[in-house]
Structure formats: structure tokens, C-alpha cells
Design a protein around this ligand. Structure first.
Ligand SMILES: *Cc1c(COP(=O)(O)O)cnc(C)c1O
Length: 365
């Protein structure tokens, strides 16, 4: 049996439907996985081959596999949404496919075509579509898809791997915020930087996350939820959070996000919000924004909202910015009105509750 070139090897031990329903009812995030995974192998000699959907389970890797030593790895994050008629869709997957290729180039990994990237999502969903939760009463449940690529060659020399494996695993996701969206507090890291010019900031690679964990620990020690990073050169320009992009809304209707300079991850949510903001009557700007602009805007009341965005949490209001010597709250805080509206706009599109005028949705099942 094949689905668009993928050999299908169904599991002999599918999850009992009653247990699956129990999991879907209280999924949390990243804790449970579906019955199958998609896989494509690459070798320098044969290119991409061996497309398959096989039972979910542990990988067999040689202890000398390059990824375990030098971190040659990239990943993506995409969601599958169930619409009211039961069909399953994903949001702008060609943007993720394009970014996955940009990440691959930076990490000296082979590039995967749109056809294989989107085809692998479809092939996996053809087996595991029952794992896409049905949202009730506007709940934000979905199936989180995690494509990733690893250097699997057994070799301790330092050079790009000649053997690579690409996988997609899937994990049911409940609402990111139980009991509604609540503003997060942000720690402004002064000890750590996320990305430097010429580095890997724009690539979605595990190494960036590994390097952000010490800063995240520092944030938690100060009772903060997330970390905001400043640029590595001047220690002055706001870049992003560890895994989300940032937006700033002004009283006069401007909505500003840091411009892409190679040190910021190009979020699909970020790009979508830049477009949807116009429909809310906002004027989007991509430019440098300094930590002093945040301070002054907060004090004067000109800055009325700060929010973070990404596929996992969608849109998250930022309540306060905390550092060693200050605690910054917005004096003109409007209660996160635009964050709420943009969040609703995005979710309505993703769950098929509003018209998809831009062709942003792709059907998976
Ligand atoms: C994935 C990610 C984002 C958000 O990107 P989306 O495409 O919107 O999910 C932002 N920043 C970092 C560092 C990321 O890894």
C-alpha cells in the first residue's frame, strides 16, 4: 500500500480507541504520540529514498551518530486542525517547507522538496487522522506535527553527514493555556544571547534551543515564564523570545515587529499577523526596536500592548518585562485588545470558521 510514494507499514498494536479518546480529552502538550511516524532516508549517493509510514517507536542510532555529537539537526512545528465537517487541514505548510530548506542549508543538511515535506504530513495523517481532536466550544485542540531531520552517519569526524534521516511525529495538543489566555511575564536576559550575526538565529535548529535553556532557567528563578533576547552586538535591539516572535502595538495604531536580520526566526505566525493586522485597521512596521523604546513607550502610555506569537501558543500577551534592576509594566495597557482580536482572526481561519481568502489552508485528511 502506498500514499503518494510512501510505503505504509501499519502498526500491529494500534492504540485502543477508548484510550485514544481519553488522551485527546486531556492531551496537554508534547506528552503523547500517535501510532505512526513518517520517515524518508537520505544518503549522499542515493539522495532521498525509502519513503515510509511506519509504527511510532524508538530509533536505533549508533552511539557515534553525528547528530549526538555535533548537533546537526533541524526541525519544524506545524498543526493539523479539525474543521466542523470533520476534514483536517494545516496552515501555510509551504512556508514551513521553505523555512525547513533554509534551515537545512545553514546546517549543511540536504534540502527536502515541498512535495516530500507536505506529502509526509499527508501520508502520516492518512494513517493517524483519528488522533486529530475535535474542538468543542471553540477549544484550541489540534494535532501538533513535528518534522525533523538528523545527521545519522556513524562518524566522529567533523564534516556534514553523508547519511540523514527525516521523520515526522505527531502529538495531540490541548489548549496551550488552560483556563484561557493569561499574560506572561518575560525575563530580559543580560547574561545570555540567543543568536549572533552569521550564526544560526534564523534556522530552526535544536542547537538554538539548547543554548537558550540556561536563560530559561534564569527566567524561572525570577518567577518569569519566558526569556526575551537582545541583539548580540549592541545589546540594545529587541529580537524575540526563546521560541516566539514579538509584536508592539501603539496607541496611534502602529504595530511594530523587529525586522528580519538573520538573527531572528522568521515565524509563519509573525508573517500572518503582519497581513491580518491591516484588517484590524493597524499599520504594520518591520524595523529595529530598542529596549529603550519599550521602556519609554511603557512609561508614556504610547505603547499599549506587547504580545508574542508562534504556532504552539498562537498569540500570547506579555504582562511585564523583568530584569535585574527593573520591572516594566505598560501604563497605557489596553487589556490586550488587539492580541485577542488577532488571535481570534488566526484561529477562525485555521479552524475553517472564516473564509480562506488567501489560500492559506491545505487539506491533510
Ligand atoms: C518556531 C519559532 C518561532 C515561531 O514560528 P512560527 O512559524 O510562528 O511557529 C519563533 N521563534 C523561534 C525561535 C522559533 O523556533
Amino acid at each position: 500500500m502506498t500514499t503518494s510514494g510512501f510505503d505504509i507499514r501499519p502498526t500491529a498494536h494500534p492504540t485502543d480507541p477508548a484510550i485514544r479518546e481519553q488522551i485527546l480529552g486531556n492531551a496537554g502538550f508534547g506528552r503523547y504520540f500517535t501510532d505512526h511516524m513518517a520517515h524518508i532516508r537520505w544518503t549522499a549517493d542515493a539522495g532521498w529514498h525509502g519513503r515510509e509510514v511506519r509504527p511510532y517507536g524508538p530509533l536505533t542510532l549508533d552511539p557515534a551518530a553525528a547528530v549526538l555529537h555535533y548537533g546537526q539537526e533541524i526541525f519544524e512545528g506545524v498543526k493539523a486542525y479539525r474543521h466542523a465537517d470533520g476534514s483536517v487541514w494545516t496552515f501555510r505548510p509551504e512556508k514551513n517547507a521553505e523555512r525547513f530548506r533554509a534551515s537545512a542549508r545553514r546546517l549543511a543538511l540536504p534540502e527536502l522538496s515541498d512535495e516530500d515535506f507536505i506529502g509526509s504530513l499527508k501520508a502520516l495523517l492518512a494513517q493517524d487522522s483519528a488522533w486529530v481532536p475535535t474542538p468543542r466550544d471553540g477549544e484550541e485542540t489540534s494535532l501538533y506535527l513535528r518534522p525533523f531531520m538528523i545527521a545519522s552517519e556513524t562518524f566522529l569526524g567533523v564534516r556534514p553527514s553523508k547519511e540523514v534521516d527525516y521523520y515526522v511525529i505527531a502529538s495531540p495538543a490541548g489548549a496551550y493555556f488552560k483556563g484561557g489566555v493569561k499574560p506572561v511575564s518575560i525575563w530580559l536576559s543580560s547574561n545570555y544571547k540567543r543568536a549572533a550575526p552569521g550564526g544560526t538565529g534564523y534556522a530552526k535548529c535544536g542547537g538554538n534551543y539548547a543554548a537558550s535553556l540556561a536563560a530559561q532557567k534564569e527566567a524561572e528563578a525570577h518567577q518569569c515564564d519566558q526569556v526575551a533576547f537582545l541583539d548580540a552586538v549592541e545589546n540594545r535591539w529587541i529580537e524575540e523570545l526563546g521560541g516566539m516572535n514579538l509584536f508592539f502595538v501603539y496607541k496611534d495604531g502602529r504595530i511594530v515587529t523587529p525586522q528580519l536580520t538573520g538573527t531572528i526566526l522568521e515565524g509563519v505566525t509573525r508573517d500572518s499577523i503582519l497581513e491580518l493586522a491591516r484588517e484590524e485597521g493597524l499599520t504594520p512596521e518591520e524595523r529595529h526596536i530598542s529596549i529603550d523604546e519599550w521602556r519609554e513607550g511603557a512609561a508614556s502610555g504610547e505603547l499599549v500592548e506587547v504580545f508574542a506569537c508562534g504556532t504552539a501558543a498562537v498569540v500570547t500577551p506579555v504582562g511585564e518585562l523583568v530584569s535585574e534592576d527593573e520591572r516594566l509594566r505598560l501604563s497605557g495597557d489596553n487589556g490586550g485588545e488587539y492580541a485577542k482580536r488577532l488571535r481570534t482572526r488566526l484561529l477562525d481561519l485555521q479552524y475553517g470558521r472564516s473564509e480562506d481568502k488567501r489560500g492559506w489552508l491545505t487539506r491533510l485528511a
